[in-house]
Design a protein around this ligand. Structure first.
Ligand SMILES: Nc1ncnc2c1ncn2[C@@H]1O[C@H](COP(=O)(O)OP(=O)(O)OP(=O)(O)O)[C@@H](O)[C@H]1O
Ligand SMILES: [Mg+2]
Length: 386
């Protein structure tokens, strides 16, 4: 008997992105091996083989590769040197190690955009202790964005400072080592385009989406699909996103985060070489999800259709500010009663303020009614003390 899906996929990282990646391939009966620090992670229960260890541990990554036909990662903080060594031995890593290497460092990533004439905000790369010497007169806003070149995630490596603070040497209080000092884009609309590129070079994009951020913690509150921006602007942003993946020669799926400035200019903020928060809604709202698309690429199948079936709003459920550790989820009955509402819960055993605990997507005939329902449910769904 021949079996269609006999290739096993190895995922470095066992977080919620890995969990949703696996869920998308369950109907096809694809098998997965996972490497993660601890069994107490969202995708543990789905693993055929679970390897416990650091994502930086070369021998653990090798062990994962040994039992997997193709390797991917669901987080950027993995040992890129080991991925290169695997490629040298003929193992397929998607996206390729050299791309992750560019993206892992916010400085090399920004320089890549500049060198390839991909529109991005003005910036400089310096050691944090030298940041006060940067000539800030070329930056128009009174605010300055400072990003740690390495180690940031979910907004944690990003600080928005007053120009005067940068000039007074405050940057070294916030970050050590190399930083990107960057123009603050006032009142930017935050957009995202997920670009998919197959091994044979076929390229597709998901419809551009718009995000609303919580300014205090730099995490997405809501995501709207379709975006309200003009068709012409959407096309320019999508072209910029496609072009950047083309220049990277990327195979895989890539979330290209963009800013739309008040004057209508599109700038690349950053690229994530993996499934992304801005594509969660594609699970229910698109013919093919971002996750299934990555599975197709890894199995060398043609890309699926990316169009929207329905307007959708995705809302992150973040850990409440007053609960740390054990928790209960309140408001589940309200969501269960709502037509077109889909919950994804990440199986995290403990909560902390601002932690991504789950998300829900609401589909409706109009975006406005999906927004109203999402706002209602967001008030109801809360992590509370047990
Ligand atoms: N130049 C900028 N101007 C204005 N706001 C910015 C700028 N750069 C970053 N931000 C704000 O900070 C958020 C996080 O920045 P960025 O995406 O670069 O960091 P991150 O740590 O990789 O975040 P994530 O993992 O959530 O994508 C952005 O989504 C945006 O809201
Ligand atoms: Mg980002």
């Amino acid at each position: 008997m021949t079996q269609p899906f006999k290739n096993t996929i190895g995922i470095i990282g066992g977080g919620q992105l890995g969990k949703m990646l696996i869920e998308s391939a369950l109907p096809w009966n694809v098998s997965f091996n996972i490497l993660e620090q601890s069994q107490d992670c969202p995708s543990f229960r789905y693993a055929s083989t679970f390897i416990e260890g650091s994502l930086m541990d070369s021998s653990k990554i090798m062990e994962l590769a040994e039992i997997s036909d193709v390797i991917t990662y669901e987080i950027e903080h993995v040992n890129v040197e080991t991925l290169k060594a695997l490629e040298a031995k003929g193992k397929t890593v998607i996206p390729a190690a050299n791309i992750l290497e560019i993206i892992q460092n916010k400085g090399t990533q920004k320089s890549f955009y500049k060198d390839n004439e991909l529109n991005t905000s003005k910036f400089e790369i310096v050691d944090s202790s030298d940041a006060e010497q940067v000539d800030l007169t070329k930056y128009s806003s009174e605010k300055i964005v400072v990003k740690s070149c390495t180690g940031g995630y979910d907004g944690k490596g990003v600080a928005i400072l007053a120009k005067s603070d940068v000039m007074n040497g405050k940057v070294s209080d916030v970050f050590k080592g190399q930083v990107v000092v960057e123009e603050y884009i006032e009142d930017a609309k935050e957009l995202s385009v997920i670009v998919c590129r197959s091994r044979s070079g076929e390229i597709k994009t998901f419809p551009i989406v718009e995000m609303e951020f919580d300014p205090k913690i730099n995490l997405v509150d809501y995501l709207f699909a379709p975006s309200s921006i003009e068709a012409e602007t959407a096309e320019i942003a999508t072209e910029l996103a496609k072009n950047s993946i083309d220049k990277l020669n990327g195979v895989g799926i890539f979330a290209v985060e963009l800013f739309l400035t008040k004057s209508g200019e599109c700038l690349i903020n950053e690229i994530a070489p993996r499934p992304h928060n801005s594509g969660h809604h594609t699970i229910e709202a698109c013919y093919t999800s971002q996750y299934e698309q990555l599975i197709r690429i890894m199995l060398d199948l043609p890309l699926g259709d990316t169009s929207l079936i329905s307007p959708a709003v995705m809302t992150n459920i973040l850990g409440a500010n007053d609960v740390t550790g054990d928790y209960n989820l309140e408001g589940l009955a309200d969501l269960a009663k709502t037509k077109g509402a889909y919950l994804h819960w990440y199986n995290k055993t403990v909560t902390k303020p601002g932690r991504k605990m789950g998300h829900f997507t609401v589909l409706d005939e109009s975006l406005d009614s999906a927004i109203a329902t999402s706002k209602f449910l967001r008030e109801k769904l809360k992590t509370v003390k047990p």
